[in-house]
Ligand binder design. Structure first.
Ligand SMILES: Nc1nc2c(ncn2[C@@H]2O[C@H](COP(=O)(O)OP(=O)(O)OP(=O)(O)O)[C@@H](O)[C@H]2O)c(=O)[nH]1
Ligand SMILES: [Mg+2]
Length: 596
């Protein structure tokens, strides 16, 4: 046993054919069972179809020794005096646009991302998408400019410098500003070159990686959750599932659940780096052996502590739009939703805080059901003007932000087409994967955190009425005439066919300042009687009092002639009526609520 090892996962991401697999191969000394396009289909097509895992080890850098828990019972070590190693597991992601779900899955288990760029091409569509995913899921980045052997020898350095500058500029607008950029040739000469042709710049890259890697705080508490990337049987032993522990810890003899299959199994034996262990924790790469389980049933997926994951039919998430996504995020739109390690279709409804709470501090780990939220036709953001209101709502402004004001946090309700199993507070990524992959567009639309999962299949009746999302409705009308000091007739607020009875008792504001209460309908044409409890002011009465008027009327485009109009009461000035109320989206009684 060569001392204790610490594992970190390093993702290899980038556009198709940038040389990710070649780079992983060059970096690795120990290839795992799933590495280097081992699948026959993958070999045939010459592209990576699934996550590949391989690894190499370096002596544990001194600066990292302190960061590691010294006593890890059962984790394969004898005593602290032995030489320690840093095991770098490379997660080689596919580059093909159609495999973005796999890429997102890969990005969620990595501690550092290597973005591989073909130096002769620079940033390409999927390099940009990988950079977006990296910003959501990763803390650290290294840019690897590959294929430098293809640059003309005399101008090589100048071309590398130029591309380095370009990349620095690209990173400037990201959280990876100032990230290191290194040039290599993972497979000089390309596919036809003999295997003896040594890669260039790899030892410098290993040095850079070692200096950049930090070990995230590993936490053994919390429910056990492991992302399984490979499952196979060993004769006479059982079925082995290998993967990365995402949270919690596990010991020999513990029970684990395969939630996708609703199966619980006992851990018969465990291995880390081919060595038997009795326990393992967050961040470790582990192989778990169980018995009587057909490996064909699980290729990839999650394994967890029994009943620790939830299967949800809908979810409340915090949302943040990805600025590179060009289209607005509309309520009712369908997106591909990656939740944890699954991707399903989901329909969205966006909502924001009430306008008076727009600048409240974002709350990242809970959803507050006691608060009220404002429905939005679409996610509010500076780069997009809120959509035009549809015609039947012409005088009812729904949602929207007050000019120039945007909330610090927004949310969405997602209703999934089929239920998904996921951990609490897991990452959610929304994308439009049906968009044409040949257009140069970012398909990733938004990301967020799953704050509350709705587990009841009948959530629409049982849980949604608790969600107080309201639409703010405004209706405008006119005062037609005065009946007496305490009552007027209003018009143009309702359609002829509206049942005015349901509005009786609601308050309306007159543009002259008085407050009125809708009293009853009046006649058949949508008019209604308004009671003014405080009485009309003398000024209002004056405005509303009919007067005899002369009007001029033009006839047939000829010279206008003065004509006496029949005596008819007419207000000289309009007095408008404003009716505002809230309607809660999930209120089964469709009540209209006014603030006191
Ligand atoms: N000339 C040259 N060719 C390279 C280099 N690295 C990779 N290649 C070639 O580029 C092609 C793609 O390499 P891969 O490693 O399969 O690329 P990839 O990024 O893993 O591709 P996908 O996984 O399908 O996205 C292969 O033909 C490699 O031989 C390099 O440093 N120089
Ligand atoms: Mg590849």
């Amino acid at each position: 046993m060569a001392g204790r090892r610490v594992n970190v996962n390093v993702g290899v991401l980038g556009h198709i054919d940038s040389g990710k697999t070649a780079l992983a191969r060059a970096l690795s000394t120990t290839a795992s069972t799933a590495a280097f396009d081992k699948q026959p289909q993958s070999r045939e097509r010459g592209i990576t179809l699934d996550l590949g895992f391989s690894c190499f080890s370096v002596p544990l850098p001194a600066r990292l020794r302190l960061a590691i828990p010294s006593a890890r019972p059962g984790a394969g070590g004898r005593s602290g005096s032995q030489r320690r190693e840093l095991q770098v597991t490379l997660v080689d992601c596919p580059g093909h646009a159609s495999l973005i779900r796999t890429i997102i899955g890969g990005a969620q288990i990595i501690d550092l991302m290597m973005l591989v760029i073909d130096v002769t091409k620079g940033m390409q569509t999927q390099s940009a998408e990988c950079l977006v995913i990296g910003q959501i899921a990763c803390q650290k980045l290294i840019v690897v400019l590959n294929k430098v052997d293809l640059l003309a020898e005399g101008k090589r350095q100048a071309a590398i410098d130029k591309m380095t500058k370009k990349m620095q500029k690209t990173l400037q607008n990201t959280k990876f500003q100032g990230a290191p950029i290194i040039a290599v040739a993972a497979k000089p000469g390309g596919p036809e070159a003999p295997e003896t042709e040594a890669p260039q710049g790899i030892s410098e890259l290993i040095e850079l990686l070692t200096s950049q890697i930090s070990i995230p705080t590993r936490d053994p508490s919390g429910p056990f959750l492991m992302s399984v990337d490979h499952c196979f049987s060993i004769k006479g032993q059982g079925t082995v599932m290998t993967g990365t522990i995402l949270s919690g810890s596990i010991s020999l003899g513990d029970s684990v659940e395969i939630p996708a299959l609703k199966v619980v199994k006992k851990v018969k034996s465990m291995q880390m780096f081919h060595m038997p262990v009795t326990s393992a924790m967050q961040g470790d790469r582990l192989g778990i052996c169980v018995t009587q389980f057909d490996p064909k049933l699980l290729e990839r997926g999650l394994v967890c502590a029994p009943e620790s994951l939830h299967t949800v039919h809908a979810a409340l998430i915090s949302v943040e739009k990805i600025p590179y996504f060009r289209a607005p995020l509309q309520t009712k739109a369908k997106f591909h939703i990656t939740v944890g390690h699954e991707t399903v279709m989901g329909r969205l409804m966006f909502f924001s805080p009430s306008p008076d709470s727009f600048d409240h501090e974002p709350v990242l780990d809970t959803f507050d059901f006691s608060k009220e939220y404002l429905f939005q036709e679409q996610y509010l953001c500076k780069d997009l003007v809120p959509g035009a209101v549809s015609s039947d709502q012409a005088n009812e402004n729904v949602g929207q932000a007050t000019e120039g004001q945007y909330p610090r946090q927004q949310w969405a309700l997602i209703e999934f087409e089929k239920p998904v199993t996921c951990p609490r507070l897991c990452l959610v990524i929304g994308s439009k994967l049906d968009a044409d992959i040949h257009t140069n567009m970012c398909r990733l639309a938004f990301h967020g955190i799953l704050l509350h999962g709705l587990e009841d299949k009948n959530y629409a009746e049982s849980l949604l009425p608790r969600l107080r999302v309201y639409k703010l409705k405004h209706k405008h009308g006119l005062v037609e005439r005065v009946i007496d000091n305490y009552s007027v007739i209003g018009r143009s607020l309702f359609k002829k066919e509206t049942n005015i009875q349901q509005f009786v008792g609601l308050k309306v504001q007159l543009s002259t300042g008085e407050l009125g209460i809708i009293d009853s309908s009046f006649g058949q044409s949508g008019k209604f009687k308004i009671h003014i409890p405080g009485g009309l002011s003398p000024e209002s009465k004056k405005i509303l009092t009919p007067s005899l008027k002369k009007r001029s009327r033009a006839s047939g485009g000829e010279v206008a002639k003065q004509e006496e109009v029949v005596e008819r009461p007419e207000t000289t000035q309009h007095v408008t009526l404003n009716l505002s109320f809230k309607r809660y989206v999930f209120d089964t009684h469709k009540r209209m609520v006014q603030s006191p």
